[in-house]
Unconditional design. Sequence first.
Length: 396
Amino acid sequence: MEENKETNQDIEQSQFETPTPKEEKVGMVWWKHLLLFVVTLMATTFAGLEWLYGKSILFSPITPEEWLGALSYSVSFLGILTVHEFGHYFTAKYHKLKVTLPYYLPVWFFSLGPSIGSFGAFIKIKSMIKTRNAFFDVGVSGPLAGFVAALIILFYGFTHLPPADYIYQIHPNYEEYGANYAEYVYEELGEGEDLMLGTNLLFEFFKHYVAPDPSLVPNPHEMMHYPYLFAGFLACFFTALNLLPFGQLDGGHALYSIIGYKRFRQLLPFTFAAFLYWGGLGLFSANDNHEYLLSYAPLYLLYLYFVSMKLFKDKVTIALYAMGIFTAQFITVTFIPTAMGYTGWLFFGLILSRFIGLHHPPALYNKGVDTKRKIVGIITLIVFILCFTPTPFIMN
């Protein structure tokens, strides 16, 4: 799903690759990129029909208005994604790096399961990245460009909210409860959407200070029925995901460029522990019965050990590291029973540690970044804080 994992991994791997003439020729075949874009546009539009209206092109007649709504989602989502990728692309060109056009990754499960229509997109940089300045510029340019595009989409979405009765078109049974339907359909009747979207600081700002009529802001259970808000939410989620401070992500490139190779390695165990702590806390908070928790504690400890193996060479240190995270989580829920986490981050922890990479290789020239880039780094950190959703997807 994550739109820049492939980008960052390819950036790092490509430092040791020299493109052949055949590879350069293949990279110039623009029609492949266009075809992937068109297929991804179709997939995200079909996914939009399912999210917005609960309809499938395979089984239901689709009205022109519904096609328009689905396109509002797909064009917005792919538009943000495209701006993100071309932020990387043009910055790479500025640094005279050989780079491909974006490869879009369509995904649609033919209505057999939920999808957002795309696993994202990536570019391939086929030149050696020699300086920390180049790592920084290429890394932050995509998320910052995508963030600006997301701001535009969200501003339009929150200032053009449909009337309150729009939700009755999606759920006709809500109409009998009126404006207070949420008090009945989610708790008393157990109806409504099984999925609820979380929130972040950026969404809270738009809800309270941008939306002309706060009463029109949808319930979190219904946010996916509003195409611009849903596209903006996904954009925030992926932006924050890309800006996590780990080696092969955009945030990892930025952090490494600013603090250097040695300090990055020293800080990594602490940042990754905080990430795993919050993710695993969801396992604890989801179970009031600690005896049940202890029954699968060995399996969870094995997971913590497995994802931490790349951090240390000594097996004893890895075991103590895993046990320390587990102990901190157990103590937290013991004294703060209401503490919540998000288990979905554990999946990303596995992907990061075993497939994408936590460490960052040193640049050929180790000169640090200048003051202007450090200021941009602070801005990038603010963007991460605004976009990060601690619990992005909540299942009833």
